[in-house]
Design a protein around this ligand. Structure first.
Ligand code: P6P
Length: 321
């Protein structure tokens, strides 16, 4: 279908829905609830330095990390918007130990996982942060409804709060990017049918952990550095993956001697970002298989993450296998 630049997100979603005669509109409605929450978060982030929402919320989350005030607010706004939509039987947030089962969502067809404000440690220094979401069909009445392989996602996306606010998402029919026009408060289709370059010249990894990595990872890294790749690492997954999606190359967060499964969360970060990258023609792996083939057993489990241009990932896999 020809993707008309300039169309707003709501009309785009409705036009996409029309392509599926049996669609009930529930997923469309859910995506619009996410859009609304994203606008609220964007408005607050853009003035974070002016009002007292910077800095620590004097709380520690379930991983023992400082919770920034905006983290907490983003979590609150998203859960409020998504609960009120009635579309979700359950809502799991990276910031919460247990999922929320909204009363109005008890007949909901879907469940959603959220990283409300990924990279929030960068907020106070004005570096891009983002909201990440992943939607599955409901398959059970308890937390096991979330334990589905990544390829079973029905939608995934992120909202990046950077030089502009963008919503990038897929429903399994390609990847589309929408830029928020703050003048009219509407997301406009700016990046239809995003395809990742087959090969890039950028690698994105935190080299501070070099000495902790498996020797095969070090050999791979040494080789691509000899091939004159550039290093770009923001420390905010949404920003690093968004750049990788548009410019190509590879984003990596390997396991290391201290973190046997790496740092990134499988359900909240790796699944949605891998779905987007693979839908854009890229590849993802945990070092052994596509991240989307992993079947979760715990809500907050972590995984090594390598994702990006297909030729770059294939080159990496040659070092690992
Ligand atoms: P490190 C942010 O805290 C985050 O979860 C991701 O957004 C980011 O990719 C990663 O951690 C950065 O981790 O260890 O490089 O600071």
């Amino acid at each position: 279908m020809y993707k008309k630049k300039g169309i707003d997100l709501a009309r785009f979603i409705l036009e996409e829905e029309r392509r599926y005669p049996h669609a009930t509109g529930t997923l469309s409605h859910a995506l619009l609830a996410i859009e609304n929450a994203g606008k609220v978060i964007s408005a607050h982030i853009n003035k974070a330095g002016l009002v007292d929402i910077l800095g620590r919320a004097e709380k520690i989350n379930i991983y023992g990390e400082d919770v920034k005030k905006l983290d907490e607010l983003a979590n609150k706004w998203l859960i409020e918007h998504l609960s009120a939509s009635g579309d979700f039987f359950a809502i799991a947030s990276e910031e919460l130990e247990e999922p929320v089962f909204p009363e109005v969502g008890k007949d909901g067809k879907y469940v959603i996982l959220l990283d409300p404000l990924d990279g929030s440690s960068n907020i106070d220094v004005n570096i891009s942060v983002g909201t990440i979401f992943s939607i599955f069909k409901k398959i059970s009445d308890d937390v096991t409804t979330f334990f589905q392989e990544g390829y079973k996602q029905v939608a995934a996306g992120y909202i990046i709060y950077g030089s502009s606010t963008m919503m990038v998402y897929t429903t399994g029919n390609g990847v589309h990017g929408f830029t928020l026009d703050p003048m009219i408060g509407t997301f406009i289709l700016s990046h239809p049918d995003i395809k990742i370059p087959s090969k890039g010249k950028i690698y994105s990894i935190n080299e501070a952990y070099y000495l902790r990595w498996d020797g095969r990872i070090r050999n791979w890294l040494d080789t691509i550095k000899q091939n004159r790749y550039s290093l770009r690492y923001v420390g905010s997954m949404v920003a690093d993956v968004h750049r990788t999606l548009l410019k190509g190359g590879v984003f990596a967060y390997p396991a290391d001697s201290k973190n046997k499964n790496g740092k990134l969360r499988l359900l909240y970060e790796a699944f949605p970002m891998s779905f987007i990258i693979e839908q854009a023609g890229g590849m993802s792996t945990n070092g052994e298989k596509s991240i989307l083939q992993i079947k979760p057993t715990e809500l907050h489990q972590r995984t090594p993450v390598f994702l990006g241009s297909p030729e770059d990932i294939k080159e990496l896999l040659n070092f690992l296998n």
